[in-house]
Design a protein around this ligand. Structure first.
Ligand code: G7M
Length: 289
């Protein structure tokens, strides 16, 4: 990561969200695209008592009666920015992070078969190399919180790349060992042992590790996911605005289990709505005449 930051040649801003203080920038390294993301982190509890004493370089400071305001620099003891890098970045990564209008698509089973499935099948296998690196213990091995190698019901639980490490923002992913479940659309009754295993293990794991009861956890599946190897998101309820918890993207694991228990082929027959950026190839595939 250090090398990527060192060699990064700025090209343009892909998106900048002032509310979440998250900026994605595009650049080049040795002629190839790279994306670097910076997100201002929350204050560490240990820094808070010293915020006032560590403030310097006050500018635009104003005063009116009992009120004062201005801008300054706070020299913190702990790191203050979450940084992520993608190198080399593909065109799909660039489209993903570029600011764009999002649309709602109501996908029928027929649209899935005619458009979405061929799109999934066209994705190069190396896109999910990072998943196999985790499953095979080649990457992030020291971060894995749980592992079961069972070929049918096994999975790995580890912190999501987005987790800042604080308990209020707990964000982990459970990634299935098996590779034959592309997404929510693939699920049927034969997958119930896996789904229930993920649910029950996640509850127990979070209780044992973080002392959090199961009613403080939100377990959900994305449709569309960003990669088509089955996985479940685990987030703290207190992380109410976690990325991707919104309607049109997150399907609660318990609801999914319930739907399949009622109807084996629910997810093959249902219309599944999803939100997607207008530059995403899947949006273009669904909307081109
Ligand atoms: O939208 P979707 O359900 O596909 O979400 C995929 C999740 O995987 C996101 O929450 C990402 O932050 C997370 N993720 C993506 N990558 C590339 C990695 C990675 O390399 N390591 C970990 N731990 N999480 C990742």
């Amino acid at each position: 990561m250090e090398k990527v930051l060192d060699q990064f040649q700025f090209e343009r801003v892909l998106s900048h969200d002032p509310r979440s203080k998250l900026v994605h920038i595009l650049g080049r390294i040795n002629g190839e695209h790279a994306i670097v993301s910076f997100e201002k982190a929350r204050y560490a509890d240990t820094d808070i008592p010293e915020l006032a004493s560590r403030t310097c370089q006050l500018v635009d400071s104003n005063h009116n009666n009992i009120y004062g305001w201005g801008m300054g620099t706070v020299k913190l003891a702990t790191a203050d920015t979450n940084i992520k890098t993608i190198y080399p970045a593909t065109e799909l990564h660039i489209r993903k992070y570029e600011h764009q209008q999002r649309h709602m698509i109501i996908e029928t089973p027929d649209m899935y078969k005619q458009i979405t499935l061929p799109y999934i099948q066209s994705l190069p296998a190396e896109r999910i190399q990072w998943v196999f690196n985790i499953l095979e213990g080649k990457s992030e091995a020291d971060r894995v919180l749980y592992r079961s190698n069972d070929r049918e019901t096994g999975f790995v639980v580890l912190p999501d790349m987005k987790w800042d490490g604080t308990q209020e923002s707990l964000y982990c992913v459970a990634i299935a060992m098996r590779s034959d479940i592309l997404s929510l659309r693939s699920l049927n009754r034969s997958h119930l042992p896996l789904l229930k295993n993920i649910r029950d293990t996640a509850y127990q794991l979070v209780k044992d590790k973080y002392g959090m009861d199961k009613d403080l956890l939100r377990l959900f599946i994305h449709y569309q996911p960003s990669y088509y190897h089955f996985h479940v998101h685990l987030t703290a309820m207190s992380f109410a605005d976690a990325p991707g918890v919104v309607a049109g993207q997150a399907h609660l694991l318990d609801t999914v289990i319930d739907n399949i228990e009622l109807y084996d082929d629910y997810y093959q027959r249902a219309k599944l709505p999803f939100t997607i950026g207008e530059r995403h190839p899947l949006y273009l595939a669904h909307t081109s005449p």
